[in-house]
Design a protein around this ligand. Structure first.
Ligand code: SF4
Length: 469
């Protein structure tokens, strides 16, 4: 089997289990207010613009078909992409895992003679812990996406795929800027326009004086070797066009076969993610263009456990994800706990199926249970990833608590023996007569009924009904 993501590097594993982290998050009333406000707003906006598209179901089906085809011939498409990028003047590097990817990027930055890089918002570089690796090598990474900048200045962790500082409100952002942004006006208010202007002033100097940029990629077209980054602020475009050297770190699943395929995803992504009809900034580049934009382009193709995901016929759907975050915004669990509780940089429903597969289920065993299996994520996903089915599939692989395993073994033993099963049914009926509906189970099973009603046994079992006839 292909290797999973290595331990000790990157941000795919939390320090504690989901239930422990979620319990703490649930006690933070401010966090819950921030999350409820943000997810409710995005949901409403996204729902309204999706309703305008008459062929939304067909677009979703097309996206699923393209991604399924891509995964079926991923090695072939990646080699096609490598050839096209190389032919256009770029250099392709293959990174088996986070350690290798961090080493490649660090060496490239050093070779360019730089001690600072500007970064376009990227989940892949967060996944591998690139900022920490660069800092360890004496290279300063500067996040240029506004939300990522807030997270970086606040010495914080992202909690949402698309809106990494979703857990912060305006007042908290103002405090972070006053504390950590060099040269900020002490009279700064918490008006969004004022905060954005302060960030703009801070970043302008970086854009004009930094010679190396690091980005991720939303899509890479195998046919043409074209990379695409979609974003809302334009800061990404500054990073992609101003520096002398551009290094793009991309998960291998981001490749799509043809230029034509882009039209499907560029319609789905903005409406499902930010609730916009069209993405404000869509930057595309193919290798190097003499005299225009970066004159050195490096593409780092990152595996870091993805081949292991691909090897699982049920779980591989998780690689179809286009990181729109629609599943987070509709998830009742995410809305209450926020992203930090998931431990990994990939939170919410997609994180609950992607992180355990990238690391191996044992290292993120509680995440497949971070769901009520309500199916809202499946309904919202623009590429139709059946997240509930993958959750159930992964739960079967996760180690189970001893009490649960013993209960299931006892149930299996009983169901295998008709006389014993009938006796158990009679006992259940007697217990119903003995007490009111909703009474809890005794310890150690009381935890299960602490938040659930015990199902009421039917007045007549099937066996009794059958015997009467
Ligand atoms: S799983 Fe689907 S809904 Fe969730 S982030 Fe990925 S593409 Fe979007």
């Amino acid at each position: 089997m292909p290797a999973t993501a290595p331990t000790g590097v990157g941000h795919l594993r939390g320090e504690e289990s989901f239930p422990a982290a979620a319990r703490r998050a649930l006690g933070d009333a401010q966090l819950r207010r921030n999350l409820r406000h943000a997810t409710t707003t995005i949901r409403a906006k996204s729902g309204a613009v999706i309703a305008e598209v008459p062929d939304w179901p067909e677009l979703r089906a097309a996206a699923r078909a393209i991604k399924t085809d891509t995964m079926a011939r991923l090695p072939e498409l990646l080699e096609q992409l490598e050839a096209a990028v190389t032919a256009a003047g770029g250099t392709v590097h293959w990174a088996a895992d986070a350690v290798e990817a961090n080493r490649i990027v660090t060496e490239l930055v050093r070779a360019a003679g730089a001690d600072r890089v500007m970064k376009v918002k990227s989940m892949a570089t967060q996944e591998i812990g690139l900022n920490e690796a660069l800092e360890a090598a004496g290279i300063e990474p500067v996040e240029t996406d506004l939300a990522e900048l807030i997270v970086q200045l606040g010495d914080d962790r992202p909690s949402h795929i698309l809106v990494p500082a979703i857990h912060r409100n305006r007042a908290e952002i103002r405090e972070i800027f006053l504390r950590a942004m060099p040269g900020v006006d002490p009279a700064l208010t918490d008006e969004p326009a004022v905060l954005a202007a302060a960030a703009r002033r801070h970043l302008r100097e970086t854009f004009l004086s930094t010679r190396v940029a690091v980005s991720g990629a939303n899509f890479a077209v195998a046919e043409t070797g074209t990379l695409a980054v979609v974003e809302s602020e334009g800061n990404g475009r500054m990073c992609l066009t101003l520096p002398e050297t551009l290094i793009t770190v991309m998960g291998i699943e981001k490749v799509i076969p043809t230029w034509r395929d882009l039209e499907v995803f560029l319609q789905l992504l903005p409406r499902a993610s930010t609730g916009e009809r069209m993405n404000p900034y869509t930057s595309m580049w193919t290798g190097v263009t003499p005299g225009d934009g970066p004159q050195a382009f490096h593409l780092v193709l990152l595996d870091n456990g993805r081949s292991a995901v691909l090897a699982d016929e049920v779980g591989r759907q998780a690689l179809h994800c286009i990181r729109c975050s629609a599943c987070l915004n509709v998830c009742p669990v995410y809305e209450r706990t926020g992203g930090h509780a998931y431990g990994s940089v990939y939170p919410g429903p997609i994180g609950a199926v992607l992180s355990p597969q990238l690391t191996g289920v044992a290292d993120n065993a509680s995440l497949p249970y971070a769901s009520s299996l309500c199916g809202a994520c499946y309904d919202a996903c623009p590429v139709m990833i059946d997240i509930p089915s993958i959750l159930v599939h992964l739960r079967a692989q996760a180690p189970h608590p001893r009490a649960e395993a013993a209960t299931m073994a006892a149930a299996a033993y009983t169901m295998d023996r008709p006389a014993l099963y009938a006796a158990a049914q009679r006992a259940a009926r007697l217990s119903q007569l003995a007490g009111p509906r909703g009474r809890g189970l005794p310890p150690p099973l009381s935890g299960w009924t602490a938040s659930r009603d015990l199902p009421e046994p039917p007045p007549q079992t099937f066996r009794q009904w059958w015997a009467q006839r």
